[in-house]
Design a protein around this ligand. Structure first.
Ligand code: NIG
Ligand code: FE
Length: 413
């Protein structure tokens, strides 16, 4: 099965392979060639070049795709989402407009616990269907690899129910899916006032049960003021590590609460949110193998400060941008909008934001050897835009749909 994409005005996000993430000044390089073609064989990018250099002749079984003068980009790699959830929480949206903060809503028993109640009541089939609607939406918007978290179960059975749905999404779509166990997202209702017991449940019962079914690649903790402490996070990360689950931490969203320190100490793959970063945190991340991840859609929706993305890149750090698609703080999986916000609100250059949403997103899921750029040997996850004047147009035209055709593993979606 060969696929030849021709008439590409700009083939963007290319590299020679072997680039696993971009940091600091390198983030400004989103390499491209003009007037290009790309060849895909059995779902893998096998060649590309400009003009008609080295092109053809091709076998009869080669399908030609006319990019019609559009730009081809690697699919977005969205490394932080919670897209398996029941219903929606627009009432809390109105509460926020009326002056309540995210933390106040959570303290009143709304927020994550509200979603956990709904998820408990919903059948696995209905939950899967609701999640698939969001999956289809993000595929059409250009996402090709995605991390999905549990964390609205908050008891062993419901956490497993969520993770089985995540596994089903991987099986039933061409999206590359990574699964994260987030039992420590909030203290489950049955454990109200008994946080220490709940943490023990996560460690002694949930993690072994998740591992027994092989349902999670990563373990996450909402390490923040009013949720879980760095000490509790440490214990949960150690418990996950015993089963080969690397950490992906929610840290420093609501307050500078030690999330970066604990993530770095445990070699977490990523530490995400970072709206309340300190200079010490930036220094800690400089020599770490933990990928800092900003979620600009969350800052936008909650009307909170944005992560200091410009400062982090100027300090030489790599930076990932992800959507955080979830019912409470970011009911959107639109990566193009997240990229626009990163440019407008965090002062990233378009090229930096595009790297943050592709190769660095793949790195924050441990997938960058196979995803996140147009490189020979990588999985052919890409999309074709309508003709656009330059890649800077992508974040500039911040509500204009630009995607014409989407391909995952070389197959048109
Ligand atoms: O990443 N901050 C913690 N968790 C989610 C929100 C979850 C919710 O409100 O349902 C987040 O923003
Ligand atoms: Fe999140």
């Amino acid at each position: 099965m060969k696929l030849l994409v021709k008439n590409i005005a700009t083939l963007a996000g290319i590299d020679g392979g072997g680039v696993l993430k971009k940091a600091g000044a390198d983030m400004a390089q989103f390499n491209s060639i003009n007037n290009a073609w790309m060849l895909v064989e059995n779902g893998i990018i096998s060649d590309f070049d400009s003009a008609d250099n080295r092109l053809g002749p091709f076998d009869a079984d080669t399908t030609t795709v006319d990019a019609a003068g559009g730009t081809v980009l690697p699919s977005w790699c969205d490394s932080h989402t919670h897209i398996v959830y029941a219903g929606s929480r627009e009432q809390e949206f109105v509460d926020k407009i009326n002056g309540l903060s995210y933390a106040e809503i959570a303290r009143r028993g709304g927020g994550i616990l509200n979603s956990a109640d709904r998820l408990h009541e919903m059948s696995e089939g209905e939950l899967y269907e609701q999640a698939m609607q969001r999956v289809r939406e993000v595929i059409a918007k250009g996402t090709g690899a995605i991390e999905i978290k549990s964390g609205y179960g908050l008891n062993t059975q419901d956490e497993l129910k969520m993770l089985r749905i995540i596994a089903r999404i991987q099986e039933s779509t061409r999206l590359r899916v990574m699964a994260t166990f987030l039992g420590a997202h909030a203290v489950g209702r049955e454990y109200a006032g008994r946080q220490a017991d709940y943490v023990n449940l996560v460690i002694n019962e949930m993690i072994p049960a998740v591992a027994a079914e092989g349902l999670a690649d990563f373990v996450d903790v909402f390490c923040d003021k009013g949720f879980f402490t760095p000490e509790e996070t440490s214990r949960i990360l150690e418990a996950g590590a015993k089963y080969g689950m690397r950490g992906k931490i929610h840290g420093q969203e609501l307050a500078p609460s030690g999330g970066v320190e604990v993530a770095v100490k445990h070699h977490a793959l990523s530490v995400d949110h970072l709206e309340s970063m300190t200079d010490d945190d930036i220094a800690l991340l400089r020599d770490a193998d933990t990928m800092p991840t900003a979620l600009p859609g969350t800052s936008f929706f909650l009307n909170m400060p944005f992560a200091p993305g410009r400062k982090m890149i100027d300090a030489g750090l790599p930076l990932t941008i992800a959507s955080d698609y979830n019912p409470g703080s970011t009911p959107s999986g639109d990566m193009k909008f997240a990229i626009s916000l990163a440019c407008i609100k965090m002062r990233l250059q378009p090229a930096e934001a595009l790297n943050a949403a592709t190769i660095n997103g793949a790195a924050a899921m441990g997938l960058s050897a196979d995803y996140g750029s147009i490189a020979v040997g990588k999985v052919a996850n890409f999309f074709i835009t309508r003709p656009i004047p330059s890649i800077d147009f992508i974040p500039y035209a911040y509500t204009t749909p630009i995607i014409e055709r989407v391909f995952l593993a070389g197959q048109e979606q």
